[in-house]
Structures are given as C-alpha cells and as structure tokens.
Design a protein around this ligand. Structure first.
Ligand code: UD2
Length: 311
C-alpha cells in the first residue's frame, strides 16, 4: 500500500521580512542624496553594514516600509534582586520611544515577580514575567542571560516574534528607537571606547579563554547591554556565547566582562549586519560628545555597592 505523507513546511516569517522593502507609492518624503549627508561620522563599516546615527535615515520612510509587514519585536530585560527598581522607568520610557506603533512583547526575567510594576501599555504591546532564581553573584546574573535568551527563543519566540532585542534594565529611553535598528545581527557600539585605539578595548586578553581577542584584532567594542536581530541570528549568538562561557567555567576562567566579552569575540568573528551608534546606549554620567546629536537610550547612574548582591 502506498502512503502519501504530507509535510507542511512552516514559512519563516522573518525571512519574508527581509525579502523586499516595498514602500507605499503615495508616500512623500525628501529626496535622498548620495553626495550630501553627515560628514562628521562614519555611517558604514568596512564590511558594508550601516552604522546608524541620527541624520542617516528617514524614520517616516522606514516605518512605512515595515508597517505593512506586521512585524513583532520581542524584548528581554533582566531585573534580578534590587535591579527590579529600574524596571518601571525602563518600561514607561519604552512605551514613549521604543517601536511606538508596532507589536512589542517585553519579557521580564526576575526573582521578584510580585514587584513587577503595573505599566499601562498601548494596543499591540504586552509584558510577560518569567521567574528566575536569585543569585549571590552579579557576574552570574549577567552571564546567565545568554542561556535564558536561548531558552526563550526555543520555547516561545519562534511562535510569535520576528526580531528580538536584549537590553539592560538599568537604562531608559529618551528618544526614538525604532525600525532603523532592525537587521539580521545588530550590535551597539559602546559609548566608552569608540574614540579609542583598539589596543585599549577591554576585550578578554587571556588566550586560554574562549572570549579571547588578540592585540591588534577586533573592530569595535560593543555593549553587552544591548544587542538584537532576527531570532535565528540571536539564537546562534546566545547559544555560542553560552557554550563558550561554560567551556571557560570548566577551565576556571571568567572572562573580563562576562558575556560582554563573549559577545565581543562573537561579533568580531560574525560581523553584525547592522551597527547602532552610541546614541543607542549612552551612559548618563558621560557628557555628550558633539557627534552624538541625540541620545536614544542610556544607562542610568547607579551605585554598584547598593544594588549588586556582591561587590
Ligand atoms: C556592563 C554591560 C552589561 C554587562 C556587564 C558585564 C552595558 C551598558 N552594560 O554593565 O550588559 O555586559 O557590563 O557583566 O553594556 N542584573 C540584574 N541583577 C543584578 C545584576 C545584574 O538583574 O544583581 C542584570 C540587569 O539587567 C543589568 C544587567 O544584568 O542591567 C547587567 O548588569 P550591570 O548593569 O550591573 O552591568 P554593568 O553596569 O557593569
């Protein structure tokens, strides 16, 4: 007897998202130029990934391209222990500036679910709380994020999201963070080092570590506090960083800046397809440099001794 087996192949929504950039034929916007634009910053990497700065994109045009695609953006944010105190500000300012008008699903990982603040969210936006154990070491909390992001993508996100951004909670939004940031693998340049020679970057310098970047190597120094992209790219990043972190642990090594060191090694080997300028993660204690025309997201000033479980 002949059996016919029907295999239904799921259509990868995120692949469709990248196939075409169609625009509404009636949309009016200013004429683009290839000879006039910002001259004080570099807006493309040597591997031809855009570097997003204010004045290098048209937000209305970009939103009109992505709106009909009905994309969904997942956000992960960890608020373990006393870091729960930062969550309200993070969520409230995200409502004002982060992908306004788009579907956004925030996943809060915390050991204090009862302390998650009630924040009114617009239509199409929602929040889910995931319980995680507390920890006695901040390094562990920071580093375990990769494992939990990997699990979240596996268990939940493939069903309902196209893109994911993983953000530090001790931060807030001040200005638009939107569709201009979308890409396959998205990294943010760290505000503390972008004017420095790469010999000064705080990469992991011990060759025994899986996060090792040798002197004279590396492109930029990227933030551990913000990264993202399409699900499969972030899945690969998170699973690789987690694996490398665990390999290091077996050998008694903890990289200089935990998962940020592993992320930097990963982004050097696997070049990001979009790079966000330090506008996308500034630090409140730093004066703004002239090339930074706007600050979209920034880390708030905090007293580590008061909020971390260990020093
Ligand atoms: C940097 C990075 C951070 C991470 C860390 C290295 C930026 C702006 N920040 O910041 O992402 O790479 O270096 O480990 O790039 N957390 C808790 N509870 C804790 C401790 C941490 O929830 O007790 C979470 C929380 O979401 C926080 C994140 O881990 O935002 C990073 O920890 P941090 O802000 O203390 O790290 P920091 O400021 O050294």
């Amino acid at each position: 007897m002949l059996y016919i087996v029907l295999v239904v192949v799921p259509i990868q929504i995120n692949m469709l998202c990248h196939r075409s950039l169609a625009v509404n034929a009636h949309l009016k916007y200013s004429q683009p130029s290839i000879v006039k634009g910002r001259t004080d910053v570099v807006a493309v990497t040597p591997w031809l990934a855009p570097i997003v700065w204010e004045g290098t994109f048209n937000p209305v045009l970009l939103d009109s391209i992505y709106k009909p695609k009905k994309i969904s953006i997942a956000v992960t944010v960890f608020a373990v222990g006393k870091y729960i105190m930062f969550l309200k500000n993070f969520l409230e300012t995200a409502e004002q500036h982060f992908f306004v008008g788009f579907n956004v699903h925030v996943y809060v990982f915390t050991d204090r679910p009862k302390e998650v603040p009630e924040v009114k969210m617009a239509d199409g936006r929602q929040l889910t709380v995931r319980s995680v154990p507390s920890s006695k070491r901040w390094q562990e909390i920071s580093a375990r994020r990769m494992e939990l992001i990997q699990k979240l993508i596996d268990e939940q996100l493939r069903k309902n999201s196209d893109y994911i951004f993983c953000l530090d909670v001790d931060s807030k939004f001040h200005d638009r963070w939107g569709t201009e940031s979308l890409g396959g693998l998205v990294a943010v340049i760290h505000p503390g080092y972008y004017l420095d020679n790469r010999s000064k970057f705080p990469y992991e310098r011990r060759s025994a570590s899986k996060a090792y970047v040798a002197d004279g190597e590396g492109d930029f120094y990227y933030c551990g506090g913000a990264f993202g992209g399409i699900l499969e790219e972030v899945y690969l990043l998170a699973s690789t960083c987690r694996f490398n972190f665990e390999e290091d642990a077996k050998n008694g090594i903890e990289a200089a800046w935990q998962e940020e060191s592993h992320l930097n090694r990963y982004m050097w080997i696997n070049k990001p397809s979009k790079v966000l300028s330090p506008e996308y993660l500034w630090q409140d204690f730093k004066a703004r440099n002239p090339e930074v025309k706007t600050i979209r997201f920034s880390g708030v000033i905090k007293n580590y001794a008061d909020i971390r479980p260990n020093v």
